[in-house]
Structure formats: structure tokens, C-alpha cells
Design a protein around this ligand. Structure first.
Ligand code: HEM
Length: 194
């Protein structure tokens, strides 16, 4: 059982995803995500498990050093909301494990939609009762695929795996993050156009 505040994975608090497993299967095929990727993503999960805090320090440092990014954690007047940053950080750490280790089944799909809503004005700030700006703009959702992927490599390489294994874990991670951001795009796309 998880003690992470606001983490509702697999519970009835999470609404069904509007994306069917069949449509998701076509997305998986489109990013060439196969059984080999599943295998290397599991390996990545083991490699990253003890490194969560170091990864989050790096990512939070990246966001914190860019005013146009950190503003999404502020009250809109330039004041960062530290409680909000801390609450999200705990769920972000859990997400790394979930991305690598959970089966991509209906529960996983449903929680991706929940994360989508939490970035969008539909539900941002609600989970933590934060008095922050109302939406993370879509352009940065897509842009984040690159830093979230580029910066993970050093952590995948930190446990003595061969260059080939590191490459394969990295490719699998890139595909999994891309799939996630596609699913997180749903609330931003005009009805019927997704
Ligand atoms: C690849 C893109 C991104 C990834 C992987 C990511 C990951 C996450 C995760 C795992 C959570 C917590 C989900 C949960 O509640 O269980 C979260 C929430 C959040 N993220 Fe992102 N994120 C991305 C893009 C962005 C961008 C571009 C920003 C802007 C700086 C951002 C700011 C936030 C904020 C403010 C929350 C809290 C939302 C709320 O009020 O519930 N994220 N993100």
C-alpha cells in the first residue's frame, strides 16, 4: 500500500481512460514498443530503483533553473509553492517505478489519463489543494520528452551494464515516455481530433 499523498493508482478515484486498450496497442506499435522493450524497461526499473532521489534532484534542478518552467509551481506572482513542489516530487518518484515496472493494462491507462488531467486546467492543483497557476501549457509537455530522456542515460549507465544494455534500456525509456506524453495530450486536443 502506498502512503504517497494524492497517489490514487488503481483506485476507484481514477476515472476510466477515454483511450481503449485496442487504440493504445496501435500507439505501441507506432513507436515500435515491443516485448524486448518491456524486458529492458524492467531492467531499467531495477537499475533506477536506488537512484530516485538523485534523478529527482537533477530534474528539479533543471526546472528550478528555468523561470519559464518553475512558474508552473508558483502562485503566479513569482513565489514558488514549496509544499506543492514537495507533494508532486513524491508522486514523480513513484512514476519512475510505475513507468518501468507496471504492466500497461487498464489501470495503467486510466492513471495516465489522471496524470493528463492533473497537468491540464481540468484538474491541476486539485490533488494538493495548491493555489498555483491553472495549466501547464501543452508545448512544454512535448518539449519535456527530450530532457526527461537525455538525462536518464547517466543513471541507466551507473550500475555497470554493458553499452548495449544501456542503449536498449534508454530506447525503451524513450518510447515509454513518448507513449505517456501522447496519452497525457488527450485533454489538450480538440474533441474528435486526438
Ligand atoms: C515528459 C513530460 C513530463 C513528465 C514525465 C512529467 C511527470 C509528472 C508526474 C509523474 C507528475 C505527478 C503525477 C501524479 O500526480 O501522480 C507530474 C505532475 C506535475 N507536473 Fe509534470 N511531467 C511532465 C511535464 C511537465 C512540465 C513541462 C511541467 C512544467 C514545469 C510539469 C509540471 C508539473 C506540475 C506542476 C505537476 C503537478 C500537477 C498537479 O497539480 O497535480 N510537468 N508530472
Amino acid at each position: 500500500m502506498s502512503e504517497i499523498a494524492g497517489y490514487t493508482y488503481g483506485t476507484t478515484a481514477v476515472a476510466p481512460s477515454p483511450i481503449s486498450l485496442d487504440d493504445f496497442e496501435k500507439l505501441r506499435a507506432t513507436v515500435l514498443f515491443g516485448t524486448e522493450d518491456e524486458h529492458y524497461l524492467r531492467m531499467a526499473g531495477e537499475v533506477l530503483a536506488g537512484q530516485t532521489d538523485a534523478i529527482l534532484d537533477l530534474w528539479y534542478g533543471f526546472v528550478g533553473s528555468h523561470p519559464h518552467l518553475v512558474q508552473y509551481f508558483t502562485d503566479g506572482q513569482g513565489n514558488a509553492l514549496t509544499d506543492y513542489l514537495g507533494a508532486v516530487r513524491a508522486r514523480f518518484g513513484q512514476w519512475i517505478a510505475d513507468l518501468c515496472r507496471r504492466p500497461y493494462d487498464q489501470d495503467w491507462l486510466n492513471y495516465q489519463h489522471e496524470i493528463a488531467l492533473r497537468h491540464h486546467r481540468a484538474k491541476k492543483n486539485q490533488t494538493d489543494g495548491a493555489r498555483s497557476v491553472p495549466i501547464i501549457h501543452f508545448r512544454y509537455m512535448v518539449a519535456f520528452i527530450y530532457p526527461i530522456t537525455a538525462t536518464i542515460r547517466q543513471f541507466l549507465a551507473a550500475k555497470g551494464h554493458s553499452a548495449d544494455e544501456v542503449d536498449k534500456m534508454h530506447q525503451a525509456w524513450f518510447k515509454a515516455v513518448t507513449l505517456s506524453v501522447i496519452l497525457w495530450s488527450v485533454p489538450y486536443v480538440k474533441e474528435g481530433d486526438f
